[in-house]
Design a protein around this ligand. Structure first.
Ligand code: NAI
Length: 668
C-alpha cells in the first residue's frame, strides 16, 4: 500500500506499485503508443514517482526503486515530436531544466535505483538509466543500447555526455556518442554502459529485486579509462576523434559531433564543469537548421514505414521466404545477397556462369561485412545458391528480374517464366527505364507484374520503389511492399511513369553534369561541387558506379539526351561503361576512381553546385505536381533515401522552399 502524504497524480504513462519487500516498481508503458519515448507527460509523471519514492524512503517505507518497461522496447529516446517547440536557445534551456533536475534527483535518491532493460534503450532513455545506480539488461536479440543523437544533428543533452564518460570512460563513451552505434547487451556490458546481464527478460525482475536488496551501486569506469580524461591524453584523444569524424562527415554539414569533441576537449577533465557546459553547447545545435532538417528526415522515414501496407491476418498473409533473382549483374547479385542477409533463401540465375560466380563472391563479401559470427556467415552462404537453369523458380515466393535493359529480352524472359511460377508468387522487374506495361505485354496475366526498383549500391540505399503499373493488381502491390519491409528496406509506391520518381529527378542533374563536363569543367571539380553541397558522391562518379549504359538509356527514355552524340553515348559506344568495365568518366582501379588532385575556390564550387542541383529541384517540383507519389513529403523522402540527397538539407522540395523563403527575406 502506498501512503499518501504527497498523493501521486493519476498516472497515465507509468504504473507504480510497492511490493511486499518494500521495493517500488515504476513500469513505463506510454498510453496510446506502441513505443515508449520520453515526452513531457511521462517525465512529469516520473518526477512525481521519484518525489513519492523520496518521501517513502525518508520514512523507511521503501528499500529501492526499479525502472522497467511494460512494452517490448525500454525507451526509444526522447519524443522528437516535442522538439518542434524549440525555437530559441532560451526555450531549449527552459524545457531541459526540469528533466535535468529530475535525473540529478534520481542519482541522489537515498535508496538504490535500478534500471531493468529489455528492448531498445536509446538516446534520452539511455541518459535516464545512466542516472540510476545499477543497470541490468537482458541478452535478448532485440535489446540494444546507444546514443543516436548525432544522426539528428545534436548530442546527448540530458547530461548523458558526462554520465556515459563516468560509466564507460571517455574513449568508449565518446565513441558511442560519435558513431551513434547501437550496442548489443554484451558489448554494452563490456564497455560499462550496463552493469549486469541476464539471459532473458524473464530474469530481469528477480535480478532487479536482488540488486535493490544488496544495494548495488556501479563503480563506473576503471582508473585506466579515467586517466584518459586527463591532459594531455585528453587533447590527443580529441585530436584523433576529430580526424576520424572528419573522414566521415564535413563539419559545415554536420557540426554536432565536432561540438561534442570540443566540449570534451575543453571541459572533459572536470565532469562537473562539463555538465554545466553541456547545455550551453547543446542548445544552439538543437535550434539549428541542420538538426531541424535531420529531424524531418527521421520523420519522413517513419512516415514511409507507417504508410507501407501491413501484413493482414488470416488466409492471405504473405510471408516471403524464398526469392529467385534472374540476372547476376551489378543489381541482381546484390539484391539476392541482401535478401539472404535479411534471413531469406535466394537463388540466382544468369546465362553466364562467370557472372554467377562473381555474384556469389560478392554475396560472400557482403555476408562477411554484415554478419557477425562465422556461423551466421556460413549459414548465409548456404542460403544463396547459383541456379543457372532456374530450377528454384517454381518454389520462389518472389521472383525479381534484373537482366539487361532490353525490352524484347525482358519480354521473352517473362513469357517463358510465367507458366512456371507458383500461385501467389510476386513477379517483379527491376527495370529502370522500360515501361512496365510494355514488359507485361506478352503475359497471360499482366496484372501480376509490378516493379521493384532497387538502388545502387543495394546494401547502402534503404529505399525500394514499388512500381504500380497501369495494369498491376493492388494485392500484388501490397505483397511487394510486404516483401520490401521484410528485407528491411523502405517501400515507396510510385506511379509507372518514365524514370519513376527517383531517376526522373536524378537524371536531369546527371545530364547537367555531363553538359558541364562538355563545357570544360573538370570532372573532379564537378564531383567536388556536388559533394560540397552534401551529395554522398559526385554525379560523374555516381554514373560510373551505376553504369553509363544504364544512365544513357535513362537519359534517352526521359528525353534528356541531346540530338546526336554526347560524351555519355560516345563512352557507351566505346565500351567504357564505368566501374564495371574499368573505365567511364574515370579510370577505375581496385574499385576506386583515379582522380587528379585539385583544389578549387569554395565560392566557385558553390556556384557550380547550384547549377548542377537546379534541374533536380525543378524536376522534383514537376514530379510532385504530376502526383508520381502521393505527396510532396514523399517526393523528399524518395529523393533522400533513393539518392542520398544531402539529408541535412531536408529534401529537394524542402530545400527549395527554404531557399525561396531566404530569398524573399533578403528582398524584403
Ligand atoms: P548488368 O549488365 O550488370 O547485369 C545484367 C545481367 O543479366 C548479366 O549478368 C547478364 O549475363 C544477365 N542476363 C542477360 N540476359 C539474361 C537472361 N535472358 N537470363 C538470365 N540472365 C541474363 O545490369 P544491371 O546494372 O545489374 O541492371 C539490371 C537491371 O536492373 C536493368 O533492368 C537495369 O535497368 C536495372 N537497374 C540497374 C541499376 C544500376 O545502378 N545498374 C539501378 C536500378 C535498376
Amino acid at each position: 500500500m502506498i501512503h499518501d502524504k504527497t498523493p501521486l497524480p493519476d498516472l497515465k504513462d507509468w504504473r507504480f506499485s510497492i511490493d511486499v519487500e518494500n521495493i517500488a516498481w515504476a513500469i513505463f508503458d506510454r498510453e496510446g503508443e506502441s513505443v515508449n519515448s520520453l515526452g513531457r507527460r511521462p517525465l512529469e509523471e516520473l518526477d512525481a514517482i521519484v518525489a513519492k519514492t523520496e518521501e517513502l524512503a525518508r520514512d523507511g517505507a521503501v528499500k529501492g526503486l526499479v525502472l522497467m518497461s511494460g512494452k517490448d522496447n525500454f525507451i526509444a529516446g526522447a519524443d522528437i515530436r516535442e522538439f518542434e517547440e524549440f525555437d530559441t536557445e532560451e526555450k531549449v534551456k527552459e524545457v531541459l531544466s526540469p528533466p535535468l533536475e529530475l535525473l540529478d534527483r534520481i542519482e541522489k535518491l537515498r535508496v538504490p535505483v535500478v534500471a531493468a532493460i529489455h528492448g531498445y534503450c536509446l538516446g534520452g532513455g539511455l541518459e535516464l538509466v545512466l542516472a540510476c545506480d545499477w543497470r541490468i539488461a537482458d541478452r535478448e536479440e532485440g535489446t540494444r543500447l546507444g546514443f543516436p543523437e548525432v544522426k539528428l544533428g545534436i548530442f546527448p543533452g540530458l547530461n548523458g555526455t558526462i554520465r556515459s564518460i563516468r560509466q564507460a570512460g571517455p574513449l568508449n563513451a565518446m565513441t558511442a556518442m560519435l558513431t551513434a552505434k547501437f550496442y548489443r547487451p554484451t558489448a554494452a556490458r563490456a564497455i560499462g554502459l550496463v552493469d549486469q546481464l541476464v539471459p532473458t527478460h524473464h530474469g530481469l525482475r528477480w535480478a532487479a529485486r536482488k540488486a535493490v536488496l544488496k544495494k548495488r551501486h556501479s563503480k563506473g569506469a576503471g582508473w585506466l579509462q579515467r586517466m584518459m580524461q586527463m591532459s594531455p591524453i585528453r587533447g590527443y584523444l580529441a585530436g584523433q576523434m576529430r580526424k576520424k569524424t572528419k573522414a566521415k562527415v564535413r563539419e559545415d554539414h554536420y557540426p554536432a559531433p565536432f561540438r561534442l569533441i570540443d566540449l570534451f576537449e575543453q571541459y572533459g577533465g572536470d565532469l562537473k564543469e562539463m555538465k554545466s557546459e553541456e547545455t550551453e553547447a547543446f542548445a544552439p545545435l538543437m535550434v539549428s537548421d541542420t538538426s531541424r532538417n535531420l529531424r524531418r528526415v527521421f520523420k519522413l522515414s517513419e512516415m514511409l514505414k507507417a504508410e507501407a501496407p501491413k501484413q493482414e491476418k488470416g488466409m492471405d498473409a504473405f510471408r516471403p521466404l524464398r526469392v529467385h533473382v534472374i540476372g547476376a549483374g551489378t543489381m541482381g547479385a546484390d539484391i539476392a545477397a541482401w535478401c539472404v542477409v535479411s534471413g531469406m533463401q535466394a537463388s540466382l540465375q544468369d546465362l553466364s556462369e562467370e557472372q554467377l560466380e562473381k555474384g556469389l563472391a560478392r554475396g560472400q563479401k557482403l555476408f562477411k561485412k554484415r554478419l557477425r559470427s562465422k556461423r551466421d556467415q556460413d549459414a548465409a552462404k548456404a542460403r544463396l545458391v547459383a541456379d543457372p537453369h532456374g530450377k528454384h523458380l517454381p518454389r520462389a515466393d518472389v521472383v525479381i528480374e534484373a537482366i539487361v535493359e532490353k525490352l524484347d529480352v525482358k519480354q521473352s524472359l517473362f513469357k517463358d517464366i510465367e507458366e512456371k511460377l507458383k500461385p501467389g508468387a510476386v513477379l517483379a522487374t527491376n527495370t529502370s527505364s522500360l515501361k512496365l506495361e510494355d514488359i507485361a505485354e506478352g503475359l497471360k496475366d499482366p496484372g501480376r507484374l509490378i516493379g521493384l526498383h532497387f538502388f545502387n549500391p543495394v546494401p547502402q540505399l534503404p529505399l525500394v520503389e514499388v512500381v504500380r503499373g497501369e495494369q498491376s493488381r493492388e494485392d500484388e502491390v501490397r505483397k511487394a511492399c510486404l516483401f520490401v519491409t521484410a528485407i528491411n528496406k523502405m517501400p515507396l509506391i510510385v506511379r509507372s511513369v518514365p524514370g519513376f520518381l527517383v531517376n526522373r529527378v536524378l537524371a536531369p542533374y546527371m545530364m547537367e553534369s555531363v553538359a558541364q563536363f562538355e563545357s570544360g569543367q573538370p570532372r573532379e571539380k564537378i564531383d567536388q561541387a556536388a559533394e560540397k553541397f552534401g551529395m554522398p558522391m559526385g554525379p560523374l562518379e555516381l554514373m560510373d558506379m551505376v553504369g553509363l549504359d544504364i544512365c544513357d538509356h535513362v537519359g534517352k527514355t526521359l528525353g534528356l539526351a541531346p540530338e546526336g552524340e554526347n560524351t555519355l553515348s560516345r563512352l557507351v559506344k566505346e565500351g567504357k561503361l564505368g566501374k564495371k568495365t574499368g573505365e567511364g568518366f574515370y579510370v577505375w582501379k581496385d574499385g576506386k576512381p583515379l582522380r587528379e588532385e585539385a583544389e578549387y575556390e569554395p565560392e566557385e564550387l558553390d556556384r557550380l553546385a547550384a547549377e548542377l542541383i537546379k534541374p533536380l529541384l525543378d524536376e522534383a517540383e514537376r514530379a510532385r505536381d504530376d502526383h508520381v507519389v502521393e505527396s510532396g513529403d514523399l517526393v523528399d523522402a524518395g529523393v533522400i533515401f533513393g539518392t542520398g540527397f544531402a539529408p541535412f538539407r531536408g529534401g529537394p522540395l524542402h530545400y527549395r522552399e527554404t531557399q525561396n523563403a531566404q530569398d524573399s527575406a533578403v528582398a524584403a
